[in-house]
Ligand binder design. Structure first.
Ligand code: ASP
Length: 360
């Protein structure tokens, strides 16, 4: 479903009646200061309790139902998917990227000033990094979602969405690239991952905090991240490229690494222990796989801090000597998306390794 909401419309009604009211509000308003496109994909912000548990049932119109649209902002909405983000495949991430590119290509009265994407929080960090890696526009893309479902009395969805719309419409957000807006915080996409399974403040950025804050009155940006050169857009090959994540723990052997390659993995992210360590067996296997053209990236299973190759005896220094590239501040599951994007672009492994290093 697609549609438009008028400026400052306090959306507290639902159903067909609301649709009618909103269209009339659209015809009477002044010219908007900004036009924001909201793309909905499902997730908890769209979910209600059904027989089987929480299910993403609400489309864009319902998700926007309780949202206060900032004055002078016109909101257009498109119902893109209705899935939990834990169900998403790489093809869905590419569909999201295509929708963003298509929207930013519009001209004239259809042009948009910013895009908001509502998304399940489980894998929001993966979609955010893909969009950010290829983002080549001054206009922002802002992802948001909820920790409490749409039918919970204390749902955080409408507030998060209203904040995200304010950020997407704000002139201050131009040039930020792709951001995540959650619980009043504005976070850059790169380095951000879900750190809380249930609390309202669900996200944090490795090695830094929020780049800005938003409340019901204003958007404040405190830090303007330096952005890397945009990468080429994902192609169909992205949908099927296999990159696995393998974690390290006491007694880890190389069988999962080999199984990943046997299953078709062209890239592997090692979620190493500590600052990025494994063991001598893994280091030897990394050397062998690297020689065979598999790209191995070294990340960490720790929730914060950079990966630095310091240790021998199968630690990070040995892994890098064996050919692994260091993910630094890029969390493991974002490193996986960067690797998938580069590997699916058709570049040889050596070039993938050096581009990976440029973008972490
Ligand atoms: N917990 C998730 C959410 O917030 C479920 C999902 O990722 O779809 O939406």
């Amino acid at each position: 479903m697609t549609g438009t909401l008028g400026s400052g419309f306090p959306a507290v009604v639902g159903g067909a009646e609301a649709e009618e009211l909103r269209s009339s509000a659209t015809t009477e308003r002044r010219a908007p200061r900004a036009r924001v496109l909201v793309l909905t994909t499902g997730g908890t912000i769209s979910s209600r309790r059904a027989g089987a548990g929480l299910v993403a049932t609400d489309g864009a119109f319902d998700v926007l139902g309780e949202v206060q649209v900032p004055p002078d902002v016109e909101v257009e909405y498109v119902d893109l998917m209705r899935v939990g983000s834990y169900q998403m495949r790489l093809a869905d991430l590419r569909a999201l990227s295509d929708a963003v590119i298509e929207a930013f290509a519009r001209t004239g009265r259809q042009a948009v000033d910013g895009i908001v994407i509502t998304h399940g929080t489980d894998t929001l960090e993966e979609s955010a990094i893909l969009l950010d890696l290829v983002h080549d526009d001054r206009r922002p893309v802002v992802l948001t979602g909820a920790q409490r479902p749409a039918d919970a009395a204390d749902t955080d969805g409408p507030r998060n969405l209203s904040h995200a719309i304010a950020v997407a419409a704000a002139p201050e957000a131009r040039g930020l690239g792709v951001a995540i807006c959650f619980a009043g915080e504005i976070l850059r996409a790169k380095g951000t991952r879900k750190v809380q399974t249930s609390d309202l403040s669900a996200f944090d950025t490795l090695g830094s905090g929020a780049i800005g804050h938003v409340d019901d009155r204003r958007v404040r940006i405190h830090v303007r991240p330096v952005r890397s050169q945009p990468l080429a857009l994902p192609t169909e090959r992205f949908d099927h490229v296999r990159v696995d994540v393998v974690a390290m723990y006491p007694g880890a052997d190389d069988r999962l690494l080999r199984a990943a390659v046997d299953a078709g993995a062209r890239g592997i992210v090692i979620a190493g222990s500590g600052i990025g360590n494994a063991n001598p067996t893994i280091a030897a296997t990394v050397a062998e796989l690297t020689a065979a053209g598999v790209v191995v990236a070294l990340s960490t299973r720790v929730s914060d801090g950079p990966v630095i190759p310091l240790y021998g005896n199968g630690g990070g220094a040995d892994l890098v000597r064996a050919g692994a590239v260091v993910a630094e501040f890029l969390p493991a599951f974002q490193a996986r998306i960067l690797l998938a994007l580069l590997l699916s672009s058709g570049q040889p492994p050596d070039s993938v390794r050096s581009r990976f290093t440029d973008h972490v």
